[in-house]
Design a protein. Structure first.
Length: 303
């Protein structure tokens, strides 16, 4: 049985729905409000757990606050099969918080307060070395401190673990960590932030992928929204089309994609097949409201 290790953020998502996203200086009345469990790391860990059908163990290293929402998150994740060893509730800190505006067309705008996520330091990772030692895949994002991301990637590479980076939120600074990344999964905006190349189509994606290869990344998967995902790798280069669905909420689409991609790879799928599986899983997610509650289970994706 393979083990997938996810390291990242956990947030309480405060979600408001609008006809359209407000522009700077504009105040809009929300049509609805709800509190969701979210955070890119938590979403991706949950996607892995729900989609792997018990064929892999999913460990998640994260920090929660000692508060009611942190308690609720932990209870929910354990029910879905995420291992508890890497999850820590930090005294006198709040669970991370995200404010999410969602428009009727499914587009969203997000602001984040790190809370306990900021306490996930390299020294804290060292407490969970056994989880690294047993892992075959590491999936990580950029919502935790960068020194933690660097330490995790270096440790994984030293142990021969396949490293998968979802570079969100992406910046053009501190890109030395790319040399420790085996697979990178930016969307169009993140690819441009990393490479300086505006990505509007498949040709742009190929140029951005070549730049990332030059930094040492072996496999590049650039998600292109409704167009699908562009792959550049030694075994396959090309576009894997997305499924056509009516999107109502895209908040967890990318996180579902990343979790499904790693599950597919852990099961021995080719990169093209794993991206196809990830496209199918994320297509289901965008037809539902919410973050973690929108993420499908494996039997739903196989229909």
């Amino acid at each position: 049985m393979s083990q997938i290790l996810v390291i990242g953020s956990a947030n309480a998502d405060h979600v408001m729905n609008f006809e359209y996203l407000p522009v700077p200086g504009q105040t809009l009345m929300s049509r609805a409000y709800r509190l969701e469990h979210g955070g890119k790391g938590a979403n991706q860990a949950l996607a892995c757990a729900r989609l792997c059908q018990g064929d892999a163990e999913v460990a998640f290293i994260c920090h929660l606050g000692q508060d009611s929402v942190g308690n609720d998150m932990l209870t929910s994740w354990l029910k879905d099969g995420i291992k508890a060893e890497g999850i820590t509730q930090v005294a006198n800190m709040s669970t991370g918080t995200a404010l999410i505006f969602v428009a009727d067309n499914g587009e969203n705008s997000i602001g984040i307060a790190a809370g306990a996520n900021a306490h996930l330091t390299p020294s804290e990772l060292e407490k969970h070395y056994a989880l690294f030692a047993n892992a075959q895949f590491l999936l990580i994002q950029l919502e935790t401190p960068m020194e933690t991301v660097h330490h995790a990637l270096q440790t994984a590479k030293r142990l021969g673990i396949t490293t998968v980076l979802n570079p969100a939120p992406a910046t053009s600074q501190e890109l030395d960590y790319l040399k420790w990344v085996d697979i990178i999964t930016p969307n169009e905006t993140e690819a441009e932030a990393l490479t300086g190349i505006e990505v509007n189509n498949e040709e742009d994606a190929e140029l951005a992928a070549q730049w990332l290869h030059q930094q040492g990344v072996a496999t590049v998967v650039i998600t292109l929204g409704s167009k699908g995902a562009f792959i550049s790798s030694a075994g396959f280069t090309g576009l894997i089309p997305a499924l056509t669905v009516q999107a109502i909420d895209t908040v967890a689409a990318g996180d579902t994609f990343n979790g499904a991609l790693v599950v597919g790879l852990s099961e021995g799928m080719s990169i093209a097949a794993a991206v196809g599986f990830a496209n199918a899983a994320s297509a289901i997610t965008v037809t539902r409201e919410g973050a973690q509650r929108a993420i499908p289970y494996r039997h739903e994706v196989q229909r």
